[in-house]
Design a protein around this ligand. Structure first.
Ligand SMILES: Nc1ncnc2c1ncn2[C@@H]1O[C@H](COP(=O)(O)OP(=O)(O)O)[C@@H](O)[C@H]1O
Ligand SMILES: [Mg+2]
Length: 243
């Protein structure tokens, strides 16, 4: 049964999309069957995977959430073997307004994934920097959450809000999960004193909930080389919980 992992933080520019794509590719390279879902209307992951110019008619997450398409028709191939993808586009912003008063609005993605979950080892969900209906759908669908943290000023303030949202979902009856898969330090400039102090503080506070792997700041590669190590941690954890 595929493990569903949301990559979420209501703060933008912390490396969510970079993490979602690189982790998905590394898991696929490690022989895992992976489905990546872009739930951000800005469609960064979709563009990065080069699916915006496929030309032929393609269904997106919007058609899935609004009941206009079956999930199978929204799942696209990518250039990477073992990696499938559900794209997003700007229409997704409409969902926030359309579903404002619809009962069960937070369960749509969770229900939609049911028939395909068994086909994947991992389903990764790239979230938008917001805590609206689409992100709530992602968190309700998730078994666990990766929270990327850019170690700048007062990181703990930012983390509080996403932890609170996760707790509200756990307390509702929609999903007893999601657990915290891990906090991921991203864009880390480890030679700056402030950042290394903040990272030490985060490790002290959240202990083993923080991934051992950190993603170093590197504008040339976006830390790509570290994501293989992260994928190893994620696979090890999934394996450990199965046994
Ligand atoms: N390790 C890194 N080093 C340098 N730049 C990075 C790194 N990871 C991501 N970036 C850049 O930072 C910006 C924000 O990353 P992104 O993954 O889009 O964040 P989010 O999805 O949280 O908004 C992007 O321009 C991305 O290319
Ligand atoms: Mg993003």
């Amino acid at each position: 049964m595929g493990k569903v992992i949301a990559i979420a933080n209501q703060k933008g520019q912390v490396g969510k999309t970079t993490t979602a794509i690189n982790l998905a590719v590394c898991l696929a390279e490690a022989g895992q069957k992976v489905l990546l879902i872009d739930t951000d209307a800005r469609a960064g992951a979709t563009q990065a995977l080069g699916l915006e110019h496929t030309g032929s008619k393609r269904e997106t997450l919007y058609e899935l959430l609004t009941g206009k398409a079956e999930i199978e028709t929204t799942i696209h191939d990518t250039h990477f073997s073992g990696l499938k993808f559900i794209p997003s586009d700007i229409n997704l912003v409409e969902v926030e307004l359309k579903f404002l008063n619809v009962p069960g609005r937070n369960m749509i993605l969770r229900k939609a994934l049911e028939p395909v979950r068994h086909k994947y080892d991992f389903i990764l969900i790239d979230c938008a920097p917001s805590l609206g209906i689409v992100t709530t759908n992602a968190l309700v669908a998730a078994d666990s959450v990766i929270i990327p943290i850019h170690p700048e000023m007062y990181p703990v303030d930012g983390i509080g809000k996403i932890l609170q949202t996760i707790r509200i979902i756990q307390d509702s009856e929609q999903n007893p999960n999601p657990g915290i898969e891990g906090f991921l330090i991203t864009m880390y400039e480890k030679h700056t004193v402030t950042q290394s102090q903040i990272v030490a503080e985060i490790r002290d506070l959240f202990k083993e909930m923080v991934f051992t792997t950190t993603i170093l700041y590197n504008p040339q590669t976006n830390g790509a080389e570290s994501y293989r190590k992260l994928s190893g941690e994620v696979i090890a954890k999934a394996f450990k919980n199965e046994n």
